[in-house]
Design a binder for this molecule. Structure first.
Ligand code: MN3
Length: 207
């Protein structure tokens, strides 16, 4: 959606991902953190009417061509805006099965197996020093790739389309898991909605 960018809804209640991701974390993460990225993105764009027709995804894809005075604000807050919107969408209470159809074959072809993909994303996200994200994305040539980015940097700004992302900022897990990022990453897989990830994959292929 174009400006003003609304805070996306979760689509489930704050306690829906218990016991894996606790309600208090979800509430603060969505109503405070994501809300702040949304507000700050809109504030940055306020006086730039020429950009009001663009979605946040479009702004991030064209990051390098944005006016310099707002480029960093869009990188950080636009990134926070779209990264969390994707994150909420690929999560669901109790998780949703395993990848099926096209995504399943693509994961096997690209990584050897579904389990190998999970290991690779976990390793990338564990190894991200400080705040950031772990990703499964499709690059410009249609190849699936696993990566990590710092802060709120989006794969969109690198010419890739994120299909699955996992937030490894401490605010995503500290209340329940404290410093144990690997414990949080282990339970993350229990609440992934593979139906949505598969849809993201098909959409990325068509993009
Ligand atoms: Mn976050």
């Amino acid at each position: 959606m174009p400006y003003p960018h609304p805070l996306p809804e979760l689509g489930y209640s704050y306690d829906a991902l218990e016991p894996h991701i606790d309600a208090r974390t979800m509430e603060i993460h969505h109503s405070k953190h994501h809300n702040a990225y949304t507000t700050n993105l809109n504030n940055a764009l306020k006086d730039h009417g020429a950009l009001h027709g663009q979605t946040a995804e479009q702004l991030l894809r064209g990051l390098s061509s944005l006016p310099e005075e707002i480029r960093n604000a869009v990188r950080n807050n636009g990134g926070g805006y779209v990264n969390h919107a994707l994150f909420w969408r690929i999560l669901t209470p109790g998780g949703k099965s395993t990848p099926a159809g096209e995504l399943a074959s693509a994961l096997t072809a690209s990584f050897g197996s579904f389990d190998a993909l999970k290991e690779k994303v976990t390793a990338a996200a564990t190894g991200q020093f400080g705040s950031g994200w772990g990703w499964l994305s499709m690059d410009a040539s249609g190849k699936l790739q696993v990566s990590a980015t710092a802060n709120q940097d989006s794969p969109l700004s690198q010419g890739s389309t994120p299909i699955l992302g996992v937030d490894v900022w401490e605010h995503a897990y500290y209340l329940k898991y404290q410093n144990r990022r690997p414990d949080y990453l282990a339970v993350f897989w229990n609440v992934v909605n593979w139906d949505v990830v598969a849809k993201n994959y098909v959409a990325a292929k068509g993009a």
